[in-house]
Design a protein around this ligand. Structure first.
Ligand code: IPT
Length: 969
């Protein structure tokens, strides 16, 4: 991708008008109001599209995009890490949801600072050189609480995602806050990376055209002038034509679905639709992984379900069917830290089994995405293709689909099993017909490829191959190759082309020349024959390691062919510099390359001592790696060695202290400062089972645990209490009478029997109830499912009509956040949370020394804390996490706080997550860290806390630098 343009504003009305006329359907004439209210038009840069592809400044681009959620990574310097990793894999864009709730704890209150600083996010994207698809909702789904709606929105009367007046006022408020920040970073203005803006999300059923129209109107009024997109899932409204329609409609697709417990079960191909003839085929979300619920099989299984074989077959099928805009959801998932997770689909980790793990490690899925991504960015004719007839492979169990670029004839054939889910090994020959092409006027056809006797094309198990033919590969004419193209470019005085195939499989590459070129096999075993009649140089080889062939045509530009296995190909990195493309072989990651005179400055990561090989312009004589000179040899490519990281050891966690809380369970606890819960009405579509209304949200407590206390004067016949609580999936609530523990229940109704004589007749008795709120549901169908009540929804004494008078206490301050830096999702209403026990620097009074594991039969909540010091090398990225080990039959759950940030919700008897990555920045790499764990003993028998340890996931030497996140104490 070319680097993004610098600030360049031209308000040339005439040019804009002409462009608007020429470019038809797309939004080229960007007309918006300036601060003076005057309508202005500017055409500094354009984002347009046609039947085939997106165009930037009139140039076709293949959109190869990676989904990222900054709010799932609360450490801004790591945003750069992730975006650099995307860019390095060949993604030219990132698609970003903006989570309304993350920024708004209360109606009218918005925060875009610290870990919420989206201005910084968009600036980083610009610096990294990656385009942005902005998706601010207002509804986003995304397996997050309320699908991104703020907690305060759950109490509105009007249906969300409709034209209801209260909802309208609310979403306009959000857009008015978020849009101007996005608007400042638009490609069209020459000021930023934002090229597209999504309206709403998978809005297909229970839709409201007026709402869609108003969203568009509001967003344009807010200064957004890039084209509007939409992601269709299901339902009638595709927003492709008619009222409320968007510029660029697209289809989301999750062909493997989300059951990671059967990771080898494939569901077969789905072909993406073209919604409008004047717009390209676009998939705003194509499956990049899968979510995993409480008690699920874990994300490694999701990574298998959507592994490299899946990427090969499904992503190439998209290429084969003419898709030129693909965004992969997720490419880096991150962490639903605090109470960000929606209860039904996910736990804390949002790793998603994606190409980049939650702890930011690259996986084999990343390698495959990179092999394909590089192709989409290097082989330009792919941006404009029509279907053509492919001919029949010799093996009837395989299918060949072909497309060709109508201008230059480049032909793309995708070969796969007829049944895409098949695991058999097939071999075949295929026809490659270039007679329709315009290759130098030569109409040629190869009825049976590969031509070399005894060789064949193989599909070993689940696999697909994208074969390019009739292609101007730099200055060469590629007739065809049965190897796949990863990338190529003019580097120095020759072309360099990197081709790859599966280890041990045959490869055949045919290049056309007017006269016999000279061929030098530099390494590996490569046979070559010259067919003078056809002017074809045919190379045959078995993919094994890395073979190199230099072909020098008479009087033409030489080409260095690099013929690699998949694995060898993945070790190559490409970066485009002012002096042309640079290929680098060896390191774990190449983040950047810059050429200045004879010096090439490279930055990146290594996980061990690594060989380095640089393919760069002939002018490049010296190389630095992360700022330090590399001693290189060779005068063709430059080779050298890169150091790996130093070994680090993480400290054992010792010095634990414990402190019991839940004084709220005791009868004498002073609750007079709590909110009286006496509402008799609610806007909630769910009517309460009993009066008063006890819904936590109605009292401004939207996240985490909530305490209730009810006083009643016993009449004497009380035998128990029937409570109904809405916790969301896998949640729990515990109940006490006058300090005596009655037990716990999961979501729903439960009767708690009173022990004999526990309720004192004629006297004040106190029920204490601690209810967990696992989060609000999503609102997928626009039916207000996010409003399903949380907290207590009904309460009735058994054997008595004595009235209950209630008070409620959730997170300190409710919607008035005591700790805006950590934000609305960080804490709930536990005593320790309300009193800052989770924060670093608290006093030690009341805490006693202990060791782990520890057994505890006291019901309710106890806290454990310790500190540890880290002194990690500044130039190393050492992803660390906290791991819990215990017998899973013990019924307790825990909140994990690191330096005051809640980064894990551990449920010992549900799982599956037992290891919680802590992002650097939150974790102090050089200094003291405070760990605090609030443990809720659910049965008063099997509580306590198991083994808790730091775990090191990886160790990398890196150029990445991470500043500590500003954290109030
Ligand atoms: C689709 C949503 O748009 C996205 O926000 C996320 O929830 C994703 O799926 C799943 O992870 S909804 C799906 C039913 C296609």
């Amino acid at each position: 991708m070319r680097s993004l343009p610098r600030v360049r504003r031209r308000f040339v009305l005439l040019v804009a008008v002409v462009l608007a006329v020429v470019c038809g359907g797309a939004v080229t004439l960007a007309a918006r109001r300036g601060p003076d209210g005057a309508r202005r038009a500017h055409a500094a840069h354009t984002v347009t599209y046609d039947h085939y592809s997106l165009k930037l400044d009139g140039n076709r681009v293949y959109l190869w995009s990676a989904e990222f959620h900054y709010w799932r990574l609360p450490s801004p310097d790591l945003w750069r890490d992730v975006l650099e990793k995307f860019k390095a894999a060949g993604y030219n864009a990132t698609s970003i949801y903006f989570d309304w709730a993350y920024h708004s704890p209360k109606q009218g209150v918005y925060d875009f600072t610290g870990v919420r600083d989206i201005e910084r996010l968009l600036t980083i994207a610009q610096q990294v050189g990656i385009y942005v698809i902005a998706r601010p909702g207002p509804y986003i789904n995304a397996e997050t609480d309320s699908g991104g709606f703020p907690g305060w929105l759950t109490t509105q009367k009007g249906r969300a995602r409709s034209s209801a007046p209260d909802y309208t006022q609310a979403y306009r408020e959000w857009l008015r806050h978020v849009d101007p920040i996005i608007a400042k970073h638009q490609y069209t203005d020459g000021t930023g990376p934002v090229i597209l803006y999504q309206i709403e999300n998978e809005y297909g059923t229970h839709t409201d055209k007026a709402y869609m129209k108003d969203l568009k109107k509001q967003v344009r009024a807010d200064g957004i002038d890039v084209p509007f997109t939409h992601n269709h899932c299901c339902g009638a409204s595709k927003w492709a034509t008619g009222g409320g329609s968007v510029d660029l409609p697209g289809q989301d697709s999750y062909p493997q679905k989300f059951n990671c417990s059967t990771p080898d079960r494939w569901n077969g191909l789905a072909t993406l639709p073209r919604f409008r003839d004047d717009a390209p085929i676009f998939t705003p979300e194509f499956q990049g992984g899968a979510y995993d619920p409480w008690g699920g099989p874990g994300y490694d299984k999701c990574r298998t379900l959507t592994g490299p074989d899946f990427e090969k077959v499904f992503y190439k099928h998209n290429l084969a069917t003419g898709v030129t805009m693909q965004n992969f959801y997720m490419t880096y998932g991150g962490t639903s830290w605090g109470w960000l997770a929606d209860p039904s689909h996910v736990y804390t980790s949002y790793d998603y089994g994606s190409a980049i793990k939650e702890d930011r490690e690259l996986t084999p899925k990343y390698d495959e995405a990179k092999r394909l991504g590089y192709l989409t960015q290097a082989v330009a004719p792919l941006t404009k293709t029509d279907p053509v007839s492919a001919g029949k492979p010799t093996n009837a169990d395989v299918t060949l689909t072909a497309r060709a670029n109508p201008d230059d004839g480049t032909r793309f054939s995708v070969l796969r099993h007829r049944d895409a889910t098949s695991t058999t090994t097939e071999t075949t020959h295929v026809p490659i017909d270039l007679t329709a092409g315009r290759q130098g006027g030569a109409a040629v056809s190869y009825p049976s490829v590969p031509q070399e006797p005894g060789t064949k094309i193989k599909l070993a198990g689940r696999d697909a191959k994208l074969l390019v033919a009739g292609y101007h590969l730099g200055s060469q004419q590629l007739r065809y190759s049965t190897s796949e193209i990863m990338t190529h470019g003019r580097i120095g005085d020759r072309d360099v082309a990197l081709l790859y195939g599966r280890r041990g499989e045959d490869g055949e590459t045919v290049l056309h020349y007017d006269a016999a070129p000279s061929v030098t096999v530099l390494s590996g075993k490569v046979r070559h024959v010259w067919n003078a009649g056809r002017g074809d140089l045919r190379l045959n080889y078995t993919h094994q390691g890395l073979a190199r062939v230099l072909v020098t045509p008479r009087g033409g530009v030489p080409v260095l062919l690099l013929l690699a296995t998949d694995q060898e190909a993945a070790r190559f990195w490409r970066q485009d510099t002012a002096a042309g493309p640079v290929l680098v072989r060896g390191p774990e990651l190449l983040r950047s390359a810059a050429v200045q005179g004879p010096a090439l400055a490279l930055t990146g990561d290594t996980s061990a001592v690594t060989g380095l090989e640089v393919f760069a312009a002939t002018s490049v004589r010296t190389v630095t790696w992360n700022g330090a000179p590399v001693r290189t040899t060779g005068d063709d490519t430059l080779t050298g060695r890169l150091a790996g990281p130093r070994r680090v050891t993480v400290p054992a966690l010792t010095g634990w202290k414990v402190r019991a809380e839940s004084p709220e369970a005791r009868p004498g606890f002073d609750d007079h400062g709590w909110t009286v819960a006496n509402r008799t009405t609610t806007n909630n579509p769910t009517r309460p089972a009993t009066a008063p209304v006890l819904y936590a949200d109605d009292y401004g407590f939207h996240y985490g645990d909530v305490w209730y206390r009810a006083h009643f004067t016993a009449k004497g016949g009380e035998t128990g209490v029937t409570l109904t609580a809405g916790t969301g999936k896998a949640g729990v609530y515990s109940v006490w009478l006058n300090g005596k523990f009655l037990g716990s229940s999961g979501d729903g109704r439960h009767t708690f029997a009173f022990p004999a004589r526990a309720a004192a007749k004629g006297r004040d008795n106190v029920l204490s109830v601690l209810v967990e709120n696992m989060g609000h549901n999503e609102d997928f169908d626009a039916t207000d499912t996010h409003k399903e009540p949380r907290g207590l929804t009904g309460a009735k004494l058994r054997g008595s009509a004595a009235p209950l008078t209630w008070r409620i206490q959730g997170g300190e301050g409710g919607e008035e956040l005591p700790d805006p830096a950590r934000g609305p999702f960080n804490t709930g209403g536990l005593y320790g949370e309300r009193n800052g026990w989770h924060l670093p620097g608290g006093a030690d009074a009341g805490w006693t020394a202990t060791t782990l594991p520890r057994r505890d039969t006291r019901p309710g909540v106890s806290w454990y804390k310790t500190t540890f010091d880290l002194n990690l090398p500044k130039d190393q990225d050492v992803p660390l996490g906290v791991t819990f080990t215990d017998d899973h039959s013990r019924h307790y759950r825990a909140l994990l706080f690191v330096n005051g940030w809640q980064l894990g919700r551990y449920v010992n008897d549900v799982g599956p997550q037992r290891s919680f990555p802590i992002p650097p920045g939150i974790l102090r790499a050089n200094g003291r860290n405070t760990l605090a764990i609030a443990v809720w003993n659910e049965d008063g028998k099997t509580g306590g806390l198991g083994q808790v340890a730091l775990r090191q996931y990886a160790d990398l030497a890196t150029s990445l630098r991470v500043a500590d996140v500003t954290t109030p104490r």
